[in-house]
Design a protein around this ligand. Sequence first.
Ligand code: CP3
Length: 361
Amino acid sequence: MTTTSAGVDARDEPRRGPADSTFVRACRRRPGPHTPVWFMRQAGRSLPEYRAIRANVAMLESCRRPDLVTEITLQPVRRHGVDAAILFSDIVVPVAAAGVELDIVPGTGPVVAEPVRTAADVERIRPIDVTDVSYVDEAVRLLVAELGDTPLIGFAGAPFTLASYLVEGGPSRTHSRTKALMYGDPDLWHALCGRLADVTLAFLRVQAAAGVSAVQLFDSWAGALSEADYRRFVLPHSTRVLQGLAETGLPRIHFGVGTGELLGAMGEAGADVVGVDWRTPLDVATGRIGPDKAVQGNLDPCVLFAPWPVVEAEVRRILEQGRAAPGHVFNLGHGVLPETDPEVLTRVVALVHEVSARPAE
Ligand code: CP3
Protein backbone atom coordinates (compact mmCIF):
# COMPACT_ATOMS: atom_id res chain seq x y z
CA MET A 1 0.00 0.00 0.00
CA THR A 2 1.25 3.48 -0.83
CA THR A 3 1.17 5.68 2.20
CA THR A 4 1.99 9.33 2.70
CA SER A 5 4.13 10.49 5.60
CA ALA A 6 0.91 11.09 7.54
CA GLY A 7 0.10 7.41 7.15
CA VAL A 8 -2.94 7.99 4.93
CA ASP A 9 -3.64 5.63 2.03
CA ALA A 10 -2.56 7.77 -0.93
CA ARG A 11 -5.23 6.20 -3.18
CA ASP A 12 -7.90 7.86 -1.07
CA GLU A 13 -6.22 11.26 -1.25
CA PRO A 14 -6.98 13.70 -4.03
CA ARG A 15 -3.77 14.23 -6.00
CA ARG A 16 -2.14 17.51 -5.09
CA GLY A 17 0.88 19.63 -5.76
CA PRO A 18 1.69 22.06 -8.55
CA ALA A 19 2.27 19.29 -11.12
CA ASP A 20 -1.42 18.39 -10.78
CA SER A 21 -2.67 21.99 -10.57
CA THR A 22 -5.50 23.34 -12.70
CA PHE A 23 -2.93 25.36 -14.66
CA VAL A 24 -0.61 22.44 -15.48
CA ARG A 25 -3.61 20.24 -16.30
CA ALA A 26 -4.88 22.79 -18.84
CA CYS A 27 -1.39 23.03 -20.39
CA ARG A 28 -1.46 19.24 -20.78
CA ARG A 29 -4.99 19.36 -22.27
CA ARG A 30 -6.44 17.56 -19.28
CA PRO A 31 -9.75 18.58 -17.72
CA GLY A 32 -9.84 20.52 -14.47
CA PRO A 33 -12.34 22.20 -12.15
CA HIS A 34 -12.22 25.49 -14.07
CA THR A 35 -10.21 27.40 -16.67
CA PRO A 36 -6.97 28.57 -15.03
CA VAL A 37 -5.98 32.24 -15.25
CA TRP A 38 -2.81 34.27 -14.74
CA PHE A 39 -1.60 37.53 -16.29
CA MET A 40 1.60 38.32 -18.09
CA ARG A 41 3.32 41.11 -16.08
CA GLN A 42 0.99 40.41 -13.15
CA ALA A 43 3.89 41.40 -10.87
CA GLY A 44 4.60 45.02 -11.63
CA ARG A 45 3.63 48.63 -11.52
CA SER A 46 -0.14 48.08 -11.48
CA LEU A 47 0.29 46.99 -7.83
CA PRO A 48 0.89 49.62 -5.12
CA GLU A 49 2.71 47.02 -3.02
CA TYR A 50 5.11 46.49 -5.96
CA ARG A 51 5.74 50.22 -6.36
CA ALA A 52 6.44 50.44 -2.63
CA ILE A 53 8.96 47.60 -2.53
CA ARG A 54 10.72 48.85 -5.69
CA ALA A 55 10.84 52.51 -4.57
CA ASN A 56 14.59 52.60 -3.94
CA VAL A 57 15.82 49.52 -5.81
CA ALA A 58 16.80 49.48 -9.49
CA MET A 59 15.09 46.89 -11.71
CA LEU A 60 18.14 44.68 -12.39
CA GLU A 61 19.20 44.88 -8.76
CA SER A 62 15.74 43.70 -7.65
CA CYS A 63 15.99 40.72 -10.06
CA ARG A 64 19.25 39.70 -8.36
CA ARG A 65 17.89 39.70 -4.80
CA PRO A 66 16.11 36.42 -4.00
CA ASP A 67 14.22 37.99 -1.07
CA LEU A 68 12.76 40.70 -3.33
CA VAL A 69 12.11 38.29 -6.22
CA THR A 70 10.19 36.04 -3.85
CA GLU A 71 8.09 38.81 -2.34
CA ILE A 72 7.29 40.47 -5.70
CA THR A 73 6.39 37.14 -7.33
CA LEU A 74 3.99 36.34 -4.47
CA GLN A 75 2.23 39.73 -4.47
CA PRO A 76 -0.20 39.07 -7.36
CA VAL A 77 -0.87 35.52 -6.13
CA ARG A 78 -2.00 36.84 -2.75
CA ARG A 79 -3.95 39.72 -4.16
CA HIS A 80 -5.69 38.24 -7.20
CA GLY A 81 -5.86 34.50 -6.46
CA VAL A 82 -4.38 33.69 -9.87
CA ASP A 83 -3.77 30.02 -10.72
CA ALA A 84 -0.04 30.45 -11.35
CA ALA A 85 2.84 32.64 -10.27
CA ILE A 86 5.45 33.86 -12.75
CA LEU A 87 9.00 34.36 -11.60
CA PHE A 88 9.84 38.04 -11.20
CA SER A 89 12.80 38.65 -13.48
CA ASP A 90 13.37 40.06 -16.96
CA ILE A 91 14.33 38.64 -20.34
CA VAL A 92 17.65 40.52 -20.27
CA VAL A 93 18.78 39.07 -16.90
CA PRO A 94 20.58 36.03 -18.43
CA VAL A 95 22.07 38.20 -21.20
CA ALA A 96 23.60 40.48 -18.56
CA ALA A 97 24.87 37.35 -16.78
CA ALA A 98 26.47 36.30 -20.11
CA GLY A 99 28.59 39.44 -20.07
CA VAL A 100 26.56 41.98 -22.07
CA GLU A 101 26.63 45.39 -20.41
CA LEU A 102 23.06 46.66 -20.15
CA ASP A 103 20.51 48.34 -17.93
CA ILE A 104 16.73 48.44 -17.66
CA VAL A 105 15.69 52.08 -17.86
CA PRO A 106 12.32 52.97 -16.25
CA GLY A 107 9.74 53.90 -18.88
CA THR A 108 12.02 52.72 -21.72
CA GLY A 109 13.10 49.13 -21.17
CA PRO A 110 16.42 47.38 -21.75
CA VAL A 111 19.26 49.59 -23.02
CA VAL A 112 22.53 48.01 -24.17
CA ALA A 113 25.75 50.00 -23.69
CA GLU A 114 27.46 48.74 -26.86
CA PRO A 115 25.04 47.25 -29.38
CA VAL A 116 26.00 43.86 -30.82
CA ARG A 117 26.75 44.21 -34.54
CA THR A 118 29.99 42.40 -35.38
CA ALA A 119 31.42 38.90 -35.06
CA ALA A 120 33.65 40.15 -32.23
CA ASP A 121 30.56 41.47 -30.40
CA VAL A 122 28.88 38.07 -30.76
CA GLU A 123 31.99 36.29 -29.47
CA ARG A 124 31.74 38.27 -26.25
CA ILE A 125 28.39 36.66 -25.35
CA ARG A 126 29.64 33.78 -23.23
CA PRO A 127 27.79 30.66 -22.08
CA ILE A 128 26.21 30.74 -18.62
CA ASP A 129 25.67 28.13 -15.95
CA VAL A 130 23.97 28.07 -12.57
CA THR A 131 26.82 29.92 -10.87
CA ASP A 132 26.18 32.97 -13.10
CA VAL A 133 22.52 33.16 -12.03
CA SER A 134 22.63 31.64 -8.54
CA TYR A 135 20.14 34.29 -7.37
CA VAL A 136 17.54 32.85 -9.76
CA ASP A 137 18.22 29.31 -8.58
CA GLU A 138 17.81 30.47 -4.97
CA ALA A 139 14.67 32.54 -5.66
CA VAL A 140 12.94 29.65 -7.45
CA ARG A 141 13.70 27.30 -4.55
CA LEU A 142 12.36 29.81 -2.01
CA LEU A 143 9.25 30.34 -4.12
CA VAL A 144 8.49 26.67 -4.65
CA ALA A 145 8.57 26.21 -0.86
CA GLU A 146 6.29 29.23 -0.31
CA LEU A 147 3.81 28.53 -3.10
CA GLY A 148 2.70 25.05 -2.06
CA ASP A 149 0.17 23.81 -4.62
CA THR A 150 0.36 26.96 -6.76
CA PRO A 151 2.60 26.38 -9.80
CA LEU A 152 5.51 28.69 -10.60
CA ILE A 153 6.14 29.57 -14.25
CA GLY A 154 9.75 30.10 -15.26
CA PHE A 155 10.55 32.12 -18.37
CA ALA A 156 13.12 33.47 -20.76
CA GLY A 157 13.26 35.64 -23.86
CA ALA A 158 13.53 33.88 -27.22
CA PRO A 159 16.55 34.47 -29.48
CA PHE A 160 14.82 36.88 -31.90
CA THR A 161 13.43 39.20 -29.21
CA LEU A 162 16.73 39.18 -27.30
CA ALA A 163 18.67 39.78 -30.53
CA SER A 164 16.47 42.78 -31.28
CA TYR A 165 17.38 44.47 -27.98
CA LEU A 166 21.07 43.63 -28.43
CA VAL A 167 21.36 44.76 -32.06
CA GLU A 168 19.19 47.88 -31.74
CA GLY A 169 20.72 48.82 -28.39
CA GLY A 170 17.23 49.32 -26.96
CA PRO A 171 13.53 49.03 -27.78
CA SER A 172 12.65 49.53 -31.45
CA ARG A 173 9.40 49.97 -33.33
CA THR A 174 10.68 48.76 -36.71
CA HIS A 175 13.54 46.39 -35.71
CA SER A 176 15.33 47.87 -38.73
CA ARG A 177 18.93 47.27 -37.62
CA THR A 178 18.02 43.77 -36.49
CA LYS A 179 16.51 42.97 -39.88
CA ALA A 180 19.43 44.63 -41.68
CA LEU A 181 21.79 42.20 -39.91
CA MET A 182 19.45 39.26 -40.48
CA TYR A 183 19.12 39.87 -44.24
CA GLY A 184 22.59 41.32 -44.77
CA ASP A 185 24.72 38.79 -42.91
CA PRO A 186 22.78 35.58 -42.32
CA ASP A 187 25.87 33.76 -41.01
CA LEU A 188 26.46 36.36 -38.32
CA TRP A 189 22.73 36.40 -37.53
CA HIS A 190 22.68 32.65 -37.01
CA ALA A 191 25.85 32.84 -34.89
CA LEU A 192 24.21 35.48 -32.68
CA CYS A 193 20.95 33.58 -32.33
CA GLY A 194 22.87 30.36 -31.66
CA ARG A 195 24.65 31.98 -28.73
CA LEU A 196 21.41 33.46 -27.43
CA ALA A 197 19.70 30.07 -27.71
CA ASP A 198 22.50 28.57 -25.58
CA VAL A 199 22.08 31.28 -22.93
CA THR A 200 18.29 30.96 -22.93
CA LEU A 201 18.34 27.18 -22.72
CA ALA A 202 20.85 27.23 -19.86
CA PHE A 203 18.76 29.85 -18.02
CA LEU A 204 15.58 27.79 -18.39
CA ARG A 205 17.35 24.60 -17.30
CA VAL A 206 18.47 26.35 -14.11
CA GLN A 207 14.84 27.26 -13.40
CA ALA A 208 13.66 23.73 -14.25
CA ALA A 209 16.23 22.14 -11.94
CA ALA A 210 15.20 24.52 -9.15
CA GLY A 211 11.58 23.39 -9.42
CA VAL A 212 9.41 25.54 -11.72
CA SER A 213 6.24 23.78 -12.94
CA ALA A 214 6.19 25.19 -16.50
CA VAL A 215 8.22 27.51 -18.70
CA GLN A 216 7.23 30.31 -21.05
CA LEU A 217 9.43 31.42 -23.93
CA PHE A 218 8.67 35.07 -24.74
CA ASP A 219 9.26 35.93 -28.39
CA SER A 220 7.39 39.18 -27.94
CA TRP A 221 8.57 40.85 -31.16
CA ALA A 222 8.56 37.85 -33.56
CA GLY A 223 5.36 39.21 -35.11
CA ALA A 224 7.54 41.73 -36.95
CA LEU A 225 8.53 38.93 -39.36
CA SER A 226 6.79 37.20 -42.26
CA GLU A 227 6.19 33.49 -41.79
CA ALA A 228 8.86 32.64 -44.38
CA ASP A 229 11.48 34.75 -42.65
CA TYR A 230 10.40 33.48 -39.23
CA ARG A 231 10.89 29.90 -40.44
CA ARG A 232 14.28 30.65 -41.95
CA PHE A 233 15.84 32.97 -39.37
CA VAL A 234 14.14 32.26 -36.05
CA LEU A 235 12.37 28.91 -35.88
CA PRO A 236 15.56 26.75 -35.80
CA HIS A 237 16.86 28.62 -32.75
CA SER A 238 13.59 28.72 -30.79
CA THR A 239 13.12 25.04 -31.64
CA ARG A 240 16.50 24.23 -30.15
CA VAL A 241 15.49 25.96 -26.92
CA LEU A 242 12.08 24.32 -26.64
CA GLN A 243 13.25 20.86 -27.75
CA GLY A 244 16.15 21.17 -25.33
CA LEU A 245 13.61 21.33 -22.52
CA ALA A 246 11.72 18.22 -23.59
CA GLU A 247 13.70 16.09 -21.16
CA THR A 248 12.40 18.16 -18.22
CA GLY A 249 8.86 17.00 -18.99
CA LEU A 250 7.58 20.50 -18.12
CA PRO A 251 4.82 22.17 -20.17
CA ARG A 252 6.32 24.74 -22.55
CA ILE A 253 4.42 27.90 -23.50
CA HIS A 254 5.51 29.89 -26.57
CA PHE A 255 4.23 33.46 -26.86
CA GLY A 256 4.56 36.47 -29.13
CA VAL A 257 2.61 39.59 -30.10
CA GLY A 258 1.13 40.10 -33.57
CA THR A 259 1.86 36.49 -34.44
CA GLY A 260 -1.44 35.57 -36.10
CA GLU A 261 0.46 34.42 -39.21
CA LEU A 262 3.08 32.56 -37.14
CA LEU A 263 0.90 30.56 -34.75
CA GLY A 264 1.36 27.26 -36.57
CA ALA A 265 5.14 27.67 -36.78
CA MET A 266 5.40 28.74 -33.13
CA GLY A 267 3.59 25.58 -32.14
CA GLU A 268 5.91 23.49 -34.34
CA ALA A 269 8.90 24.88 -32.44
CA GLY A 270 8.04 22.46 -29.66
CA ALA A 271 5.40 24.17 -27.57
CA ASP A 272 2.67 22.47 -25.55
CA VAL A 273 0.79 25.76 -25.30
CA VAL A 274 0.78 28.63 -27.80
CA GLY A 275 0.16 32.14 -26.48
CA VAL A 276 -2.18 34.23 -28.64
CA ASP A 277 -2.57 38.01 -28.63
CA TRP A 278 -5.97 39.73 -28.83
CA ARG A 279 -5.94 40.04 -32.64
CA THR A 280 -6.75 36.38 -33.33
CA PRO A 281 -9.86 34.78 -31.79
CA LEU A 282 -8.93 31.61 -29.90
CA ASP A 283 -11.10 29.36 -32.06
CA VAL A 284 -9.38 30.67 -35.20
CA ALA A 285 -6.01 30.35 -33.45
CA THR A 286 -6.59 26.72 -32.51
CA GLY A 287 -7.49 25.99 -36.14
CA ARG A 288 -4.04 27.28 -37.12
CA ILE A 289 -2.14 25.63 -34.25
CA GLY A 290 -3.81 22.21 -34.48
CA PRO A 291 -5.61 19.92 -32.05
CA ASP A 292 -2.55 18.71 -30.15
CA LYS A 293 -1.73 21.97 -28.36
CA ALA A 294 -3.42 24.15 -25.78
CA VAL A 295 -3.81 27.92 -26.18
CA GLN A 296 -3.21 30.80 -23.80
CA GLY A 297 -4.82 34.25 -23.95
CA ASN A 298 -6.18 36.59 -25.09
CA LEU A 299 -7.98 39.56 -23.51
CA ASP A 300 -6.78 42.89 -24.90
CA PRO A 301 -5.02 44.54 -21.92
CA CYS A 302 -6.74 47.81 -22.88
CA VAL A 303 -10.19 46.27 -22.36
CA LEU A 304 -9.41 46.45 -18.62
CA PHE A 305 -9.87 50.24 -18.90
CA ALA A 306 -13.46 49.85 -20.18
CA PRO A 307 -16.60 49.77 -17.97
CA TRP A 308 -17.08 46.43 -16.18
CA PRO A 309 -19.97 45.17 -18.39
CA VAL A 310 -17.62 45.44 -21.40
CA VAL A 311 -14.86 43.56 -19.56
CA GLU A 312 -17.34 40.88 -18.53
CA ALA A 313 -18.67 40.40 -22.06
CA GLU A 314 -15.12 40.10 -23.44
CA VAL A 315 -14.10 37.58 -20.76
CA ARG A 316 -17.18 35.48 -21.57
CA ARG A 317 -16.49 35.65 -25.31
CA ILE A 318 -12.89 34.51 -24.82
CA LEU A 319 -13.90 31.62 -22.56
CA GLU A 320 -16.45 30.54 -25.16
CA GLN A 321 -13.97 30.73 -28.05
CA GLY A 322 -11.34 28.99 -25.89
CA ARG A 323 -13.63 25.96 -25.71
CA ALA A 324 -12.65 25.18 -29.30
CA ALA A 325 -9.11 24.40 -28.08
CA PRO A 326 -8.16 21.16 -26.33
CA GLY A 327 -6.86 23.21 -23.39
CA HIS A 328 -7.19 26.90 -22.48
CA VAL A 329 -5.20 29.01 -20.05
CA PHE A 330 -6.88 32.40 -19.66
CA ASN A 331 -4.51 35.37 -19.88
CA LEU A 332 -4.22 38.77 -21.48
CA GLY A 333 -3.05 39.09 -25.08
CA HIS A 334 0.05 40.90 -23.75
CA GLY A 335 1.25 42.21 -20.39
CA VAL A 336 -0.70 44.16 -17.77
CA LEU A 337 -0.28 47.89 -18.41
CA PRO A 338 1.03 49.89 -15.42
CA GLU A 339 -2.11 52.11 -15.25
CA THR A 340 -4.43 49.11 -14.83
CA ASP A 341 -6.72 49.13 -11.78
CA PRO A 342 -5.67 45.98 -9.87
CA GLU A 343 -9.22 45.51 -8.59
CA VAL A 344 -10.39 44.88 -12.14
CA LEU A 345 -7.78 42.11 -12.46
CA THR A 346 -9.04 40.50 -9.25
CA ARG A 347 -12.61 40.63 -10.61
CA VAL A 348 -11.49 39.04 -13.88
CA VAL A 349 -9.93 36.11 -11.99
CA ALA A 350 -13.15 35.54 -10.05
CA LEU A 351 -15.26 35.81 -13.20
CA VAL A 352 -13.12 33.34 -15.16
CA HIS A 353 -13.36 30.85 -12.31
CA GLU A 354 -17.11 31.29 -11.96
CA VAL A 355 -18.04 31.17 -15.64
CA SER A 356 -15.77 28.21 -16.44
CA ALA A 357 -16.58 26.11 -13.35
CA ARG A 358 -17.15 22.47 -14.28
CA PRO A 359 -18.88 20.01 -11.97
CA ALA A 360 -16.53 17.40 -10.46
CA GLU A 361 -16.53 14.12 -12.40
O1 CP3 B 1 4.84 39.38 -13.92
C1 CP3 B 1 5.53 38.96 -14.85
O2 CP3 B 1 5.09 38.75 -15.99
C2 CP3 B 1 7.00 38.62 -14.56
C3 CP3 B 1 7.90 39.68 -14.78
C4 CP3 B 1 8.43 40.08 -16.14
C5 CP3 B 1 9.11 41.30 -16.31
N1 CP3 B 1 9.63 41.35 -17.57
C6 CP3 B 1 9.28 42.31 -15.25
C7 CP3 B 1 9.49 43.71 -15.66
C8 CP3 B 1 8.46 39.42 -17.37
C9 CP3 B 1 7.84 38.09 -17.75
C10 CP3 B 1 9.23 40.24 -18.25
C11 CP3 B 1 9.58 39.84 -19.63
C12 CP3 B 1 9.95 40.88 -20.58
N2 CP3 B 1 10.82 41.93 -20.41
C13 CP3 B 1 9.55 40.88 -21.93
C14 CP3 B 1 8.68 39.84 -22.55
C15 CP3 B 1 7.25 40.08 -22.18
C16 CP3 B 1 6.61 41.19 -22.92
O3 CP3 B 1 6.16 42.13 -22.25
O4 CP3 B 1 6.50 41.11 -24.14
C17 CP3 B 1 10.13 41.99 -22.56
C18 CP3 B 1 9.95 42.40 -23.99
C19 CP3 B 1 10.95 42.63 -21.60
C20 CP3 B 1 11.78 43.85 -21.78
C21 CP3 B 1 11.32 44.92 -20.87
N3 CP3 B 1 11.67 44.98 -19.54
C22 CP3 B 1 10.42 45.98 -21.14
C23 CP3 B 1 9.81 46.28 -22.48
C24 CP3 B 1 10.23 46.68 -19.94
C25 CP3 B 1 9.27 47.83 -19.66
C26 CP3 B 1 9.95 49.15 -19.59
C27 CP3 B 1 9.06 50.13 -18.85
O5 CP3 B 1 9.52 50.66 -17.84
O6 CP3 B 1 7.91 50.34 -19.28
C28 CP3 B 1 11.02 46.05 -18.96
C29 CP3 B 1 11.11 46.40 -17.53
C30 CP3 B 1 10.29 45.54 -16.64
N4 CP3 B 1 10.34 44.16 -16.64
C31 CP3 B 1 9.40 45.98 -15.64
C32 CP3 B 1 8.90 44.83 -15.01
C33 CP3 B 1 7.96 44.76 -13.84
C34 CP3 B 1 9.11 47.43 -15.27
C35 CP3 B 1 10.26 47.91 -14.46
C36 CP3 B 1 9.83 48.82 -13.35
O7 CP3 B 1 9.00 48.43 -12.51
O8 CP3 B 1 10.39 49.91 -13.29
